[in-house]
Design a binder for this molecule. Structure first.
Ligand code: NAP
Ligand code: ZN
Length: 347
């Protein structure tokens, strides 16, 4: 069995460090990929530090994976050795339940298998993610990647991209809609790009004054500093839709007040503590508070194709694998413009 270089956290209070893993031998419907780049999602940090209380150690994070196909199993039809390929947050699901048949593998009724920190369906142990040199996954969970876009800037589309694209599509955001994107990080900056591309009037809601210039450059029409009372007052009862990407504990009620009658706020950020929401804040104005989880495989491919067509990629800062712990600290401080991507040649 060949050992593959990876980086793992061994405990919630330990930094990530070199670790060796093995990948399964190629099955008939498997694709074997050499990982070239892997984006760094805040979910990687939540998981490495067990902030959601569900981490099994050692954990190898990483679910924004792009690379080149090394080999394919004999029944694989979509890929050949040498092709570009991507893997996002999922590597398996039953593919036969109602949700899977509807392209919502993330809501598989049998339980989907995450790219890391999930028990593999074949009982071989926990899945290991993209902070590694190679990965093997079944063909249905491997995405086609355009060779027309810079590969390193495509990697974050596999999670940050689909997680923001999917709710904007589901709630049919388009021309004439007033959309607030809450939190300008990895997810937030993709949310701004997509909402602008879909024709909405986009407002960036941020607690970081220095991000105003960037927000405008990303295409936001307006910037509201959430600590500025006058600015916050100007967007009360204002938005049709708010996409909440904030990773830290925050008061949802503060933002629900910014929704118009019938407005929808969709949470994609997963703070470690639960929200406290008086029913009255939803009842008055018939407001909705919703959630959204990544996106299914067909929609992820649709999003990647949309990005290739509209030349949308992530704004990235390339790091070496050995810089991951520093990158986590910087991500916590909001000091990333706007996604770290690991160059896997450095592992
Ligand atoms: P990120 O790059 O760290 O961005 C989070 C942003 O939240 C920050 O840039 C900051 O924006 C804002 N923020 C941070 N602390 C804050 C605070 N105390 N108060 C107010 N705002 C604060 O993280 P990310 O990778 O985009 O991920 C965001 C969240 O989405 C994480 O919880 C992650 O686990 C989750 N996630 C969910 C899904 C899903 O399927 N639902 C998928 C991927 C990730 P400003 O500086 O502009 O305020
Ligand atoms: Zn993610």
């Amino acid at each position: 069995m060949t050992l593959i270089n990876a980086y793992a956290a061994q405990a919630s209070d330990k930094p990530l460090a070199p670790f060796q893993i093995s990948r399964r031998g190629l099955r008939a419907n498997d694709v074997h990929i050499e990982i070239l780049y892997c984006g760094v999602c805040h979910s990687d940090l939540h998981t490495a530090r067990n902030e959601w209380g569900n981490t099994t150690y050692p954990v190898v994070p990483g679910h924004e994976i792009v690379g080149r196909v090394l080999a394919v199993g004999k029944e694989v039809t979509k890929f050949r050795a040498g092709d570009l390929a991507g893997i996002g947050c999922l590597v398996d699901s039953c593919l036969s339940c109602e949700n899977c048949r509807n392209g919502l593998e993330q809501f598989c009724l049998e339980g989907c298998t995450g790219t890391y920190n999930n028990p593999a369906k074949d009982g071989t142990g926990m899945t290991y993610g993209g902070y590694s040199k190679e990965i093997v996954a079944r063909e249905e969970f491997v995405l086609k990647i355009s060779d027309q876009l810079p590969l390193e800037a495509v990697a974050p589309l596999l999670c940050a991209g689909i997680t923001t694209y999917s709710p904007l599509r589901h709630w049919k955001i388009g021309k004439g809609d007033k959309v607030g994107i809450l939190g300008l990080g990895g997810l937030g900056h993709m949310g701004v790009k997509f909402a602008v591309a879909m024709g909405a009037e986009v407002t960036m809601l941020s607690h970081t004054p220095s991000k105003e210039k960037d927000a405008k450059e990303l295409g936001a029409h307006q910037f509201i500093l959430t600590s500025n009372d006058a600015q916050v007052k100007s967007v009360q009862n204002y938005f049709d839709f708010i996409l909440d990407t904030v990773s830290a504990t925050h008061d949802y009620n503060f933002y629900l007040a910014m929704l118009k009658t019938n407005g929808v706020m969709t949470c994609v950020g997963v703070p470690p503590t639960p929200a406290q929401i008086p029913a009255g804040n939803l009842i008055f104005g018939r407001k909705s508070l919703a959630g959204s989880l990544i996106g299914g495989l067909p929609e992820t491919q649709e999003m990647l194709d949309y990005c290739a067509q509209h030349h949308i990629v992530s704004d990235v800062e390339i790091i070496k694998m050995s810089e991951i712990n520093e990158a986590y600290e910087r991500m916590l401080k909001g000091d990333v413009r706007y996604r770290f991507v690991i160059d896997m040649a450095s592992i």
